[in-house]
Design a binder for this molecule. Structure first.
Ligand SMILES: C[S@@+](CC[C@H](N)C(=O)[O-])C[C@H]1O[C@@H](n2cnc3c(N)ncnc32)[C@H](O)[C@@H]1O
Length: 252
């Protein structure tokens, strides 16, 4: 896991949030302060990642823009569309895209070293079916992804925000799930995975309560689908006796 917040960052956020979700700026106007699921960190970009950003960024990074993305133009073909949110260092993204060459994958990640790492994999493996947006996934979904347009959504090991007072930062909440569902085609799938039991329970509860979704595994967690590889991080957790929960729901 690359994105666990430090206690110091936690405290900064708490004091920020204490000021409320709206704040008056210098001009006296009100602006909304959205509670985000990530903390922006500088993060060190390695030489290899920098090289990949420079070499492959122009071809594979799609700049954020508040208008619907033309997937066919971005990928140069028409193919099933899968969105991945928070791909981290992109190892899983690259592996899945390589195993599913007939599908197109749009990966969203805010952390620059992760974007560089995935671009490096794209270059090394000559993958052509991945594009990357470096921006908040909530805004990408709201503005760049058309309604009823996605065949699938992957969200693997989203930040669990362990402390109860930070649970409001968790990505998987009713409002966000409703947004996701609105972007899925009827029959499209939503695949989540987590190694944090309390978050798994929240995921199952929130997804089960969304009327437009149907659980592919009855009322339970799903078996890990074959296309999702076991990540390095996950393997380490499994060795330590941690559980892993997959959820696969379909839009009705
Ligand atoms: C715990 S990591 C998991 C990474 C990867 N999926 C894995 O399984 O190794 C969660 C990732 O989600 C990213 N993230 C969190 N909220 C996000 C958001 N709103 N938009 C884009 N990325 C986000 C973080 O930067 C972080 O890299």
């Amino acid at each position: 896991m690359i994105h666990d917040p430090t206690p110091d960052q936690d405290e900064t956020r708490d004091s920020d949030e204490a000021k409320g979700s709206e704040a008056a700026d210098a001009a006296g106007t009100l602006r909304h302060r959205r509670i985000r699921s990530f903390v922006t960190r500088a993060g060190r970009v390695s030489t290899g990642q920098r090289r990949a950003l420079d070499e492959f960024g122009p071809r594979f990074v799609v700049p954020y823009a508040p208008q619907p993305l033309d997937w066919d133009a971005a990928f140069g073909r028409q193919a099933p569309r899968v969105l991945e949110i928070g791909f981290g260092m992109g190892g899983t993204t690259a592996e899945i895209a390589s195993a599913r060459p007939a599908d197109d994958f749009l990966g969203i990640e805010v952390h620059e070293p992760g974007v560089g790492a995935l671009l490096k994999l794209i270059g090394e493996q000559e993958l052509t079916n991945i594009r990357v947006v470096q921006h908040d996934a909530v805004e990408v979904l709201e503005h760049m992804i058309a309604a009823d347009s996605l065949d699938g959504v992957h969200i693997y090991f989203p930040d669990p925000w362990h402390k109860a007072r930070h649970h409001k930062r968790r990505l998987i909440q009713p409002k966000f799930v409703a947004l996701l569902v609105s972007r899925l085609k009827p029959g499209g799938y939503l695949h989540l995975a987590t190694d944090w039991q309390n978050y798994a329970e929240q995921m199952l509860e929130v997804l089960s309560a969304e009327p437009a979704l149907e659980n592919s595994a009855g009322s339970d967690y799903a078996q890990r689908p074959d296309y999702r590889p076991v990540t390095k991080f996950e393997r380490r957790g499994l060795k330590l006796g941690h559980g892993v929960w997959d959820l696969v729901f379909k839009r009705r």
